[in-house]
Design a protein around this ligand. Structure first.
Ligand SMILES: [Zn+2]
Ligand SMILES: [Zn+2]
Length: 257
């Protein structure tokens, strides 16, 4: 089963349970929130087998420093991301780091994991494709543009977590500093609602079982607005009822079995 515990510009963390393995994708929400979520499933933090980190921004890794007493949890990241986190949060040096090479698939107890590069303003940000049996779960948030290689991975997804970060008008009208607005819109920033719609429209409708629109900005986006855009786009009618907008206010997504 797969469920997003929380996703927004403020924090990101999701739970994947497959074949007896308990996995987190990113650890960017408070450890108490993760603990409460796991408790609702009859689990605790110590039951986590692995955390897969996408990049070093705090909305993706701030809970790591609170995992240091759980040495059994494997923390997967590429070298530059791990180094960046260990440098900025020294407590995390003692974590059970597992360093992988971006682009080279590896097996984690039966899950085929591929990390792929995404354009973002960090040392070496990645998205993930988790091959669970015959299905692929693809996680892609925090990317400034959809590259050809990103599109290739998205096309393999049966379940896709896709960033729909901002509405350009709300971003322009927000109180955010000019530099930050430029950063968000840049090719190493985030995807707008229109970018996300364009990507989804290019997918093979017969393959996509579920899309979670995630990493939505609290200040510069609006779930009702996204809903209207999806309905009016005209390109998404075949998959519209499979798209779930994850509200950016400490909300779980639905459970995907
Ligand atoms: Zn982020
Ligand atoms: Zn980021």
């Amino acid at each position: 089963m797969f469920q997003i515990i929380e996703s927004s510009s403020a924090g990101n963390c999701a739970f994947l349970q497959y074949d007896g393995l308990n996995i987190l994708v990113d650890a960017g929400v408070g450890v108490r929130r993760v603990g409460a979520y796991l408790a609702s499933l009859g689990l605790e933090i110590g039951d986590i087998d692995a955390v897969f980190i996408t990049h070093e921004h705090s909305d993706h890794c701030k809970a790591l420093k609170n995992l240091v007493k759980y040495r059994g949890i494997k923390i997967f990241a590429n070298r530059l991301t791990a180094e960046s986190i260990r440098y900025s949060i020294p407590e995390t040096k003692v974590l059970n780091w597992q360093i992988f090479e971006t682009g080279r698939p590896f097996d984690f107890y039966g899950i085929s994991v591929t990390a792929f590069s995404i354009p973002h303003d960090t040392s070496d940000a990645v998205g993930y494709c988790f091959g669970c049996g015959k299905r692929n779960l693809v996680w892609m948030t925090d990317l400034g543009k959809v590259t050809l290689s990103v599109m290739d991975v998205a096309a393999r997804a049966n379940v896709l977590v896709l960033e729909s970060n901002y509405c350009p008008v709300l971003l322009d009208n927000s109180s955010r500093p000019y530099n930050l607005k430029m950063r968000i819109k840049s090719s190493h920033g985030h995807l707008s609602n229109a970018d996300a719609i364009e990507l989804m429209a290019a997918l093979d409708a017969s393959k996509v079982e579920k899309i979670f629109l995630a990493h939505i900005s609290r200040e510069c986006n609006n779930t009702e607005h996204i809903r209207e855009l999806l309905k009016s786009s005209g390109k998404l009618s075949a998959i519209l009822n499979r798209i779930e907008i994850v509200p950016p206010f400490s909300c779980n997504s639905s459970v995907f079995e």
